[in-house]
Design a protein around this ligand. Structure first.
Ligand SMILES: [Zn+2]
Length: 323
């Protein structure tokens, strides 16, 4: 195929895929600019990983019926080893054993495939496209949403570890024996700073005789990140106290990580950070709980809000390895 065959838009030639617990999204990505083009979606099957991988392959083929892609990057919600093997995916039914996804999909699609943890893919996108962070060789990206996830870049490369657990910052202990985490353990960062943990604590406070705006605003439905912002604006003391616990826990872990790993750049993103904005980041930097050698060691800033960051990061991983 010549460039002319591709018409007026010869690039990009990389596909990024976001494999989530409920949906699969595939897009063409230009790894240099992060620009996305085209879009195919599918519902994630609940009948086991073999069907899920078939659905991923079908989604890629629907986006690329002529087989033009140089390589495909896939972001998955699980532990990933060496850009290839997905150890397990807690929120995909039946995926409780290691599968060499790169080998399987590579054979099915007839082109190279690289796999990354979805949060790590977000960190890679931020590292490549996030302004001054893009020039940094060291970066910790922390995403505070329903849970808390992270991605670590050292010496300019994503670090994943022998079990794919690098960046699992949400399950770092901040308070031994403390609040219950979604993983079943106690005292993890996510139990204090993640939206689900904040909801759990807000409802416990209400049940213990401390009524609060979070429970009032959400009623019986899920407490959303926007409820956090609104309750804070309306002067809810319980909300302020819960968010102070959240920023203290984040400050403790971020400061310790920066000290341990000599990190100069930390970016914060995710639904909770998007809604609470710069004051939330400032509160972390000013926290008396800031760990290690203190906040002067590293610059904290808001992540650039990249659309489909996971898809973009997955494609960048593919371009880095096979471009
Ligand atoms: Zn946990």
């Amino acid at each position: 195929m010549t460039l002319a065959d591709r018409g007026a838009d010869p690039a990009p030639a990389f596909i990024g895929v976001d494999l989530g617990g409920t949906k699969i999204l595939a897009r063409w990505i230009d790894p240099a600019s992060g620009r996305a083009r085209g879009r195919h979606k599918a519902v994630t099957p609940t009948t086991g990983p073999a069907d899920v991988l078939d659905a991923v392959a079908d989604t890629v083929r629907a986006l690329d019926p002529d087989g033009r892609a140089v390589a495909v990057g896939v972001g998955v919600p699980g532990f990933v080893i060496d850009g290839r093997v997905v150890v397990r995916c807690a929120n995909i039914a039946g995926w409780d054993h290691p599968i060499d996804v790169a080998e399987h999909l590579g054979a099915v699609l007839g082109r190279p495939v690289v796999v990354g943890n979805d949060v790590n893919c977000g960190a890679v996108a931020e590292h490549h496209l996030g302004g001054d962070a893009a020039t940094a060789d060291d970066l910790l990206a922390v995403f505070v949403g329903t849970g808390v996830g992270g991605g670590l870049i050292l010496d300019g490369r994503l670090v994943t570890g022998p079990r794919g657990m690098v960046g699992e910052i949400g399950h770092v202990t901040t308070t031994p024996g403390g609040a219950l985490c979604g993983c079943g353990c106690r005292g993890h960062l996510e139990a204090y700073a993640g939206r689900a943990g904040l909801e759990r604590r807000a409802r416990e406070a209400a049940a213990a005789g401390r009524p609060n705006k979070l429970v009032d605003l959400a009623g019986p439905s899920t407490i959303k990140s926007r409820h956090l912002a609104r309750a804070l604006e309306e002067g809810c003391e319980v909300t302020a106290s819960l968010l102070a616990d959240a920023t203290d826990a984040l400050a403790l872990v971020i400061g310790n990580a920066a000290t341990l790993l000599d990190l100069r750049h930390v970016v914060l993103g995710g639904g909770v950070v998007d809604k609470l904005g710069q004051p939330f980041v400032d509160q972390i930097a000013a926290s008396p709980s800031f760990g290690g050698l203190g906040p002067d060691l590293c610059a904290l800033r808001l992540a650039r809000r990249l659309d489909d960051a996971g898809v973009v990061g997955a494609a960048i991983l593919a371009a880095d390895r096979f471009g």
